[in-house]
Each structure stands twice: as structure tokens, then as C-alpha cells.
Design a binder for this molecule. Structure first.
Ligand code: NDP
Ligand code: GDR
Length: 343
């Protein structure tokens, strides 16, 4: 069993590599040539030196590189997790986002079509495609209405995966995954930004956490469980589209409260809108305030997914509660900040 994971330096790539190695796969994990590559996630999971893990330099925007990747590895499963995945940045870099997050998937689909159409393909689709939601909760049949260049690019890749299945019989699956977090989440995303800042505030290394729209509601799950769902999709009898979600939604504000609570800090909330802030009840100090600098030009207000189909067809179910997830992230960031860790 040989699998390619694009984006092994990311959160999901690291967890998926760990899972596939445990299952006995030989894993080819791709990383980009950058001035300083960092493998902190696979190092933290302790899989960086596993002899069955091969790190391959690769860029998703390069078709010939995609063809060579498939030819040289002989992989039978490809998990396309690579993307410009930060929604905020996609407003500033819409065309780069289109190239990587949209067209990049088609480079791989074309390579599969050319090299070996029997290769099974997983496309990392997203709840961002629902954007301005047309139904609550959202499921596989809910109409899409993306609200960012990232969401639009992902929708293109999603439909191309379906198109290559229908046109060329390629086993292409698309997982519409709702937000999933972990101690390995990048610090630009809101949950990890919060847990890292809470840890720093608790340790006296930071005064105030600044956030944008704290009214946004998200369906947050645990990344390690979601990569299991990706694998199950590629083992199914038929290629299909599946939603992975928890079916619970909370505001960013709620996550802030949970994270401070996990560090034994009770909050009092004051003001509203751009003036809203949270105060440490014990010290009277402001520890969180809204800064409009972090608002987005268009926002996704509410996401909540229905994972019933994944449960019925794949036997997949989320297990970790938001409270457990938040506690796990805060504890990891407390430990890391005590040790001077900087990722
Ligand atoms: P990350 O941002 O943590 O990881 C993205 C990965 O893509 C990184 O390894 C990055 O490499 C790589 N990458 C970026 N550009 C290129 C490129 N041009 N060529 C090759 N590799 C590239 O994302 P996550 O792990 O959180 O998410 C995995 C996938 O799932 C992404 O496609 C994301 O859009 C999607 N998704 C994520 C969800 C979530 O909640 N986490 C929910 C739904 C979908 P580098 O380290 O060099 O930047
Ligand atoms: P999202 O995740 O856009 O849902 O995309 P993110 O954590 O960036 O934002 C979630 C919500 O929090 C609000 N928010 C802030 N966000 C960030 N990053 N920083 C802030 O300071 C801040 N303040 C408030 C945002 O406006 C938003 O409403 C993630 C990514 O992993 C995508 O790749 C993936 O497809 C989707 O999840 C599902």
C-alpha cells in the first residue's frame, strides 16, 4: 500500500501520515521548496524518521511535477491536502489561491488520468463552499454559495473531482470537511490563535488577545478524527461526496470563554461590536478586545454540518467534544510557551 499526501507540512497532512503509517502504508509526503522548510508537526508526532515515510519536494501548481510524482512513487492512493488554506489571505491573494487551491487539484487529476486512472483520489473540500448558507444544517445536497476567493477556488476543485469521475471513471472522492482543529493547527487560524494567546497571557508573556468577528459560528471538530474519515472514503466501494462535521456550532466568543476557562481564568464580557472586550474577573485586566483589522470583506456567519451520510456509509463519527479539544490545545500551548516553542 503506497499513498501520496500533498501538504505533509500542514495539520491534516501530519495526522494523516501518522494514520497511514500505523496502517502499514508507505507514505510519500510532499513539501514545497522554501527558504526554511519546517517539519515541526511530523517531528512532534515522532514520525519524521519513520523509514516508511518519504519526503518529496513538490509544488501543486506544476503539472509535470505532478506527473513525475505519480510515476516515481507508484502510489495507488492520492490525498490532495495541499492548498493556500487561509481564508483571510485569499482576499489579498485571489489569483495565487486560485492557482494552488483550485487549479492545483486539476494538475493531480490530469496526472492521474495520464499515468494511472486507477489511482484513488481524495480532494480536501470544505464547508467554506456553503458560505452564505442556504440550509441549516448543511449536508451533501445543500446548494453552495462561497463567500471568499478560497471558497470559490475550492468549489472549482470539488466540481472538477466529480467531473473527472463522471468523464473518465476516476475514483475521485470529495470530503466536505467542517473546521477541524488540534494542537497542530497553524497559529493564523482563530482557535490556535486563541489557545496560544491564552497560554501566553496565563504565563505573563502577553497582555491582550485581539480578534475580529467573534459572532461567527463554527462547527469545530478534532483533526485527528477527520483524517480517519478521509481514509475511509478511499476504502469505500464507490467514490462519493461526504460531509464530516460534529453537528454542533458555537461562536468564536464561546471558544474564547472555553479557552480562558481551560487556563483557570473566568471572564466578564463588556460592550458590543467593535467595543466588545473581555476582562479577567480576578484581576480586572482586559485580556481580549475586538480589533476591526481582523474583519474580512465578506464573512461566513454560521456553519453547522450534518455528518449522517458519513456515519451510515463509512461508519465515521466524531468523538471529541469541543471542551476536550479546547483543553487539549490550551494544555499543549501552555507546555510549548513554557519551553519557548515558537510555531
Ligand atoms: P494547512 O494550511 O495546515 O496545510 C496546507 C498544506 O498545503 C501545507 O503543507 C502547505 O505547505 C501546502 N501547500 C500550500 N501551497 C502548496 C503548493 N503550491 N504546493 C504544494 N503544497 C502546498 O491546512 P490543513 O492541514 O488545515 O488543511 C488540509 C486541507 O484541507 C487544505 O486543503 C484545506 O484547505 C482543507 N480543509 C481544511 C479544513 C480545516 O479545518 N483544517 C477544513 C476543510 C478543508 P507549506 O507548509 O509549504 O505552506
Ligand atoms: P475559517 O477559519 O475561515 O473558518 O477557515 P479561521 O479560524 O481562520 O476563522 C474562523 C472564524 O473566526 C473569525 N475570526 C478570526 N479568524 C482568524 N483567523 N483570526 C482572527 O483574529 C479572527 N477573529 C475572528 C473569522 O472571521 C471566521 O469567521 C478554516 C480553514 O482551515 C479553511 O482552510 C477551511 O476550509 C475552513 O476552516 C473549513
Amino acid at each position: 500500500m503506497k499513498a501520496i499526501i500533498t501538504g505533509i507540512t500542514g495539520q491534516d497532512g501530519a495526522y494523516l501520515a501518522e494514520l497511514l503509517l500505523e496502517k502499514g502504508y508507505t507514505v510519500y509526503g510532499t513539501f514545497r521548496r522554501t527558504s526554511s522548510v519546517n517539519f515541526w508537526r511530523i517531528e512532534e508526532l515522532g514520525i519524521d524518521k519513520n523509514p516508511n515515510l518519504h519526503l518529496v519536494e513538490y509544488d501543486l501548481t506544476d503539472l509535470s511535477s505532478s506527473i513525475r510524482l505519480l510515476q516515481n512513487t507508484g502510489a495507488t492512493e492520492v490525498y490532495n491536502l495541499a492548498a493556500q488554506s487561509f481564508v483571510g489571505v485569499s482576499f489579498e491573494q485571489p489569483l495565487t489561491t486560485l492557482d494552488i487551491t483550485g487549479a492545483g487539484a486539476v494538475n493531480l487529476l490530469e496526472a492521474i488520468r495520464i499515468v494511472n486512472p486507477k489511482i484513488r483520489f481524495y480532494q480536501a473540500s470544505t464547508s467554506e463552499m456553503f458560505g452564505q448558507v442556504q440550509a441549516i444544517p448543511q449536508l451533501e445536497t445543500t446548494p453552495f454559495y462561497p463567500r471568499s476567493p478560497y471558497g470559490v477556488a475550492k468549489l472549482y476543485a470539488h466540481w472538477m473531482t466529480i467531473n473527472y469521475r463522471e468523464s473518465y471513471g476516476i475514483f475521485g472522492c470529495s470530503g466536505i470537511l467542517f473546521n477541524h482543529e488540534s494542537p497542530l493547527r497553524g497559529r493564523e487560524f482563530v482557535t490556535r490563535k486563541i489557545t496560544d494567546s491564552v497560554a501566553k497571557i496565563k504565563l505573563g508573556q502577553l497582555d491582550v488577545l485581539e480578534l475580529g468577528n467573534i459572532d461567527a459560528k463554527r462547527d469545530w471538530g478534532f483533526a485527528k478524527e477527520y483524517v480517519e474519515g478521509m481514509w475511509r472514503m478511499l476504502q469505500a466501494d464507490e467514490p462519493d461526496v461526504f460531509v464530516l462535521a460534529t453537528n454542533r456550532t458555537e461562536t468564536v466568543r464561546d471558544f474564547v470563554t472555553l479557552a480562558f476557562k481551560a487556563a483557570d481564568i473566568e471572564l466578564q464580557w463588556k460592550g458590543s461590536g467593535e467595543q466588545e472586550e473581555a476582562i479577567d474577573a480576578a484581576t480586572g485586566k482586559v485580556v481580549m478586545r475586538v480589533n476591526p483589522k481582523f474583519y474580512r470583506p465578506a464573512e461566513v456567519d454560521l456553519l453547522i454540518g450534518n455528518p449522517q451520510k458519513a456515519k451510515e456509509v463509512l461508519g465515521w463519527e466524531p468523538k471529541t467534544s469541543l471542551e476536550q479539544l479546547c483543553q487539549m490545545m490550551v494544555e499543549a500551548d501552555l507546555r510549548r510557551n513554557q519551553q519557548g516553542f515558537s510555531f
